[in-house]
Design a protein around this ligand. Structure first.
Ligand code: TMP
Length: 392
């Protein structure tokens, strides 16, 4: 049975940055989270239609971050040297940040966002501009044979029907093939109070526990888990066909950590929900105090996570003057829901800013290294992770 534990209010499409004429009739939905006490899966109560989120205007551009470029380069080196895959498929290939390290003759991609599918097709990678389904996996098998490596980053948690997703993977994997995928970790979200992992795209936030249950149901088995720091704490899951590989220690360690935290019990989620309500109160009161002191407060990074935070907390232009972001397609637009303007860092980030709310808190190290002169001139940042705080 699915039990609701969190209500983040009315929310827009987190990555649909708006032009000025698009404020009226903006699509909003109830962002609520539920826990399934049978599978232990945490999901959104209401799913948003995939076509509304993943289309030709999709804004998230993975290669905008140096952290992510290094992340995918070192992973592809490791996968190639350890597993030596010939046929490779990526589900949700975005701008090709991962597949660019593989041979285009034996690597194919699936990407429903037309703007990105065009990019990787131009890079000579056969790209199917479609959603991942068993129907598509059957077609790919007919056209290209089975796959030795199926990879997906920050994509599987977007897909509503996980049984169909995993069946589609199992059908396309070669006998010794591996399925490697990474998504935000539920344990890290719960430990850090980072409720902003929840937004329309993240239909599920995975624990290793829930994934073990769901993969097994569909003929797959986890044999390794890597804990990653990217995207605010993620898990990379390695799975193969059932009973094909020796299960490594990392699997039981992760299951034990999750069990010790109580991820299998509904009460843990009720405690989390109280923590989220306190986070909202603390953030709003900090921003109001700064305003009373006459400080110029902006946000750094128009992250999708910041859409959740600002809409949940009711933060608008009166508290945050504008958001700076390095992504060209976001600059000149407005944050969904709050309609706070987004400008480039060149235009909006510098000595006139007193405090910057760290929207892209998951890139904290990269940003702190980049903004040394802001910090040494007395500039400060605010984050809500793990608690609301101001730091310099
Ligand atoms: P994301 O967490 O949804 O990927 O969003 C992070 C956003 O932060 C993305 O739009 C790029 C932006 N960003 C900056 O503006 N400056 C930076 O230094 C970094 C690392 C990210």
């Amino acid at each position: 049975m699915k039990k609701e534990f969190l209500d983040l209010g009315k929310q827009p499409i987190a990555n649909k940055f708006l032009n000025k004429g698009e404020f009226n009739n903006e699509f909003l939905f109830d962002l609520k989270a539920v826990f399934d006490d049978e599978t232990k899966l945490v999901s959104l109560k209401e799913f948003v239609a995939p076509e509304m989120m993943f289309n030709d205007e999709y804004a998230y551009h993975a290669s905008m971050s140096d952290t992510m470029k290094t992340h995918f380069k070192s992973l592809s080196d490791r996968l190639q040297s350890e597993f030596n895959p010939v046929n490779v498929l990526e589900i949700g290939s975005n701008d090709g940040i991962f597949i660019r390290h593989f041979n285009p003759d034996t690597t194919i991609a699936v990407e429903p966002c037309g703007n990105f599918a065009d990019m990787t097709n131009d890079m000579e990678y056969k790209t199917y501009p479609e959603f991942w389904t068993t129907k598509l996996s059957t077609l790919i098998k007919q056209e290209h044979g089975t796959m030795d490596l199926i990879y997906a980053a920050n994509c599987i948690c977007h897909i509503h029907d996980l049984d169909d997703t995993f069946t589609a993977v199992r059908n396309l994997l070669s006998e010794d093939g591996i399925f490697v995928f990474e998504d935000p970790s539920l344990l890290r979200m719960m430990e850090r109070g980072s409720y902003d992992q929840l937004y329309d795209e993240h239909a599920h936030i995975f624990s290793v526990t829930a994934l073990g249950n769901l993969l097994e149901k569909n003929g797959l088995e986890i044999f390794r888990v890597d804990n990653l720091s990217v995207h605010g704490g993620s898990n990379r899951i390695y799975a193969g066909l059932k009973s094909k590989r020796i299960t490594e220690l990392s699997v039981s360690t992760n299951l034990m950590d999750e069990n010790n935290f109580g991820l299998d019990r509904f009460e843990t989620y009720e405690v989390f929900s109280d923590r989220v309500k306190k986070s909202k109160k603390d953030l709003v009161s900090m921003l109001k105090s700064l305003k009373l002191e006459g400080k110029k407060v902006i946000a750094y990074g128009a992250a999708s996570k910041a859409t959740t935070v600002f809409n949940y907390c009711g933060i608008d232009k009166s508290l945050i003057a504008y958001i700076t972001d390095t992504t060209p397609s976001k600059v000149g637009k407005y944050q969904p829901g709050t309609h706070i303007p987004i400008i480039s860092p060149e235009e909006g980030f510098g000595d006139t800013v007193d405090v910057a709310y760290l929207g892209a808190w998951n890139f904290r190290t990269e940003i702190m290294n980049k903004e040394i002169s802001y910090l040494s001139n007395g500039g400060k940042f605010i984050t809500h992770v793990p608690e609301v705080m101001i730091f310099s």
